[in-house]
Design a protein around this ligand. Structure first.
Ligand code: M6R
Length: 611
């Protein structure tokens, strides 16, 4: 939820910290701060608002000379976004500065304890408690590493921590539990960061910290220990994407760039997994024998990843001829889920760090379920804890509103569904071949939809000032509409809802009046006529209808819609992958016309590592 960076080496730390924070600003952007060990001791600068405010305040880092420092960009949980609650937090004696991502669940109890010992607090955050507790134990034992160990044994909850101390001129300490933290090995120094994007400009050699580990980072190396202080040999990984993948590259927004990147992202995710017309999933070990033993299939995720699950439910039930239950991770984890050793649980997550999803996965695993994770971020917690993982090769996704990660998840779920259905023998050879062929044609067809962006921009200019929008459709169109609706509301702040068309008449149609904007989805051809009747019903009540359909149905749809976007026809399993593109573009242009902060919408952050 927040972004952490730390550097120690032979370069000036502050510019590196600011640059890393800029690359991670999507993780949280209500305040930011840096702490650098200067010749005058620890110097901390922090500020409410976007990173630029901080950067201007310290003149791009020039005001904080020193080669050791930590930085933080925040998404507030405890205490409002202001200068005081911003990180780094400094202990009362000024000896320790710390950045934290996660939530300290027993912070009140620890705060009361420290206050009873006379410690004075300045912020409302749970994170300051860690800084104060650290100084408290340091004053007892005068060994910073020992003090960190004592603190970690007392705090409960989740954390990624970066710690510097005026008594430790050449080292920073990091610790992790349930919150991502990577170690970066550079030529001119070493790094910690919440995300590879923060350090990719400086090094491609990274290691992923595991829960319970503590790291001591110096200019010349990184030593990692278990919570019992036994040394750990970390496996180094090489990041294989280029720094430009995490930059705008001339596009006005990351979201627009990522929408346009979708055809290539699909090529990377799908093409290597189809050989000679067959789906090949080298990375997973599911066999026919195992599948025969499976009695329940669950798909668990949050937000857009959950919407992928909704689409996949329709597709998998069609292909596999067995029930598939889709659950919101935040509900599933507390629902006493009926998972057992005969359950296959599909976990979908772009970041691989969403706390609710991770907790749901752990709960399913505890009950004996087998976990197959669909993840974008390599080495993320979910990827490492799942029994099997399949990566979407979308590349780094920076915009808070997901687009290319959603599309690659969808395509990959089609491949997995097809693979399982083939093992089960529930899909005909003709249908198998048709889906495979259409998945291979998908990037090209997507490009055709992207070429229509000016039309969609025009429709956005007609409708951007509506304040309430309904997305209606049946079957796969309903599932796709859920994602279209989320896209619109999260970046343009327009209230919108997705409805199964047939359900409107059971209450919600009372909200439709003259001028209400309805996005009528008619890409699911088997139920096109039914969907059309529902469009006619809302038209009759005064709605303005923007329709999304397939080229083969365009003419029919034209009779009832006020505006229409037609996408190429494909196999119906694959159709939502095309239908979603105009909805993404529509949301983008509407948000643009409303002057919204598209890549960093209010109240949101990219990776939701809190409950
Ligand atoms: O990283 P995840 O896929 O686990 O994230 C889940 C949701 O937070 C995410 O899909 C969210 O809904 C999107 N930012 C919406 O665009």
């Amino acid at each position: 939820m927040c972004g952490i960076i730390g550097y120690v080496g032979h370069q000036e730390a502050a510019p590196i910290l600011l640059d890393g924070l800029e690359r991670m600003e999507y993780r949280g952007y209500d305040s930011a701060g840096i702490a650098v060990r200067t010749i005058d001791g620890l110097q901390v600068k922090k500020s409410k608002g976007r990173l630029q405010v901080l950067s201007d305040m310290v003149r791009g880092g020039a005001d904080l000379p020193g080669t050791l420092g930590i930085g933080h960009t925040r998404w507030a949980t405890h205490g409002e976004p202001n200068d005081i609650n911003a990180h780094p937090h400094v202990s009362e004696g000024g000896n320790i500065a710390l950045v934290h991502n996660g939530i300290i669940e027993n912070y009140m109890e620890l705060k009361d304890y420290l206050m009873s010992k006379g410690v004075k607090f300045t912020s409302e955050t749970d994170s300051e408690v860690v800084a104060q507790l650290l100084e408290f134990h340091y004053n007892e034992c005068h060994d910073i590493l020992e003090a960190v160990g004592r603190v970690l044994r007392r705090i409960e909850g989740s954390y990624a921590l970066g710690i510097i101390s005026s008594d430790m001129p050449d080292a920073l300490i990091a610790a992790r539990k349930d919150s991502p933290l990577i170690l970066g090995y550079g030529a001119d120094g070493n790094y910690i960061a919440s995300d590879v994007t923060a350090v990719i400009k400086y090094t491609r050699e990274v290691a992923y910290m595991d829960d319970g580990e503590i790291a001591v980072i110096t200019p010349d190396g990184i030593n990692v220990f278990t919570s019992e202080m036994d040394p750990v040999e970390k496996e180094h990984k090489t990041v294989d994407w280029d720094v430009s993948a995490a930059e705008k590259g001339g596009y006005p927004h990351f979201m627009f760039k990522e929408i346009m990147e979708q055809p290539d992202a699909i090529r990377r995710t799908v093409f290597p997994r189809i050989r000679d017309g067959r789906v090949v999933l080298d990375d997973i070990t599911i066999t026919k024998e195992y599948l025969d033993s499976v009695t329940k299939v669950f798909i668990v995720a949050c937000g857009s990843s959950y919407h992928v699950g909704m689409v996949s439910k329709y597709n998998w039930e069609r292909l596999l001829r067995r029930p598939v239950e889709v659950a919101l991770a935040s509900e599933f984890r507390y629902s006493d889920p009926l998972v057992d050793e005969n359950s296959l649980v599909i976990i979908i997550s772009q970041s691989g760090e969403t706390l609710d999803t991770m907790a749901a996965m752990r709960e399913a695993k505890r009950r004996g379920g087998r976990i197959l994770a669909i993840v974008n971020v390599v080495g993320s917690s979910i990827a490492r804890e799942a029994d099997d993982v399949l990566y979407t090769w979308a590349g780094p996704e920076i915009a808070v509103a997901t687009t290319k990660a959603y599309s690659t998840q969808l395509a990959l779920m089609d491949l997995v569904g097809l693979y399982l259905a083939d093992l089960e023998g529930t899909v005909s050879a003709e249908e198998y071949a048709a889906v495979v062929e259409e998945l291979q044609l998908l990037p090209e067809k997507m490009e055709k939809v992207l070429e229509k962006k000016e039309d969609i921009q025009y429709f956005a200019s007609r409708y951007f000032n509506h304040n309430s929008v309904f997305f209606i459709g049946r079957n796969l169109d309903y599932a796709m509409g859920m994602e279209g609706s989320l896209k619109l509301k999260e970046i343009s702040y327009i209230h919108s809802e997705a409805y199964a068309s047939g359900e409107l008449k059971h209450g919600t149609i009372s909200l439709v009046e003259s001028g209400t904007l309805v996005v009528g989805l008619g890409t699911y051809v088997p139920l096109f006529d039914k969907a059309m009747s529902n469009v006619v019903e809302v038209k009759a009540r005064g709605a303005e209808v923007l329709a999304v359909t397939v080229e083969s149905m365009k003419e029919k749809m034209e009779k009832n819609a006020d505006a229409i976007v037609a996408v190429p026809d494909t196999h119906l399993v694959v159709q939502p992958s095309l239908g979603i593109v105009p909805l993404q573009l529509f949301s983008y242009y509407v948000a643009l016309m409303r002057g919204c902060d598209i890549d960093k919408p209010r109240n949101l952050a990219k990776s939701v590592t809190v409950e």
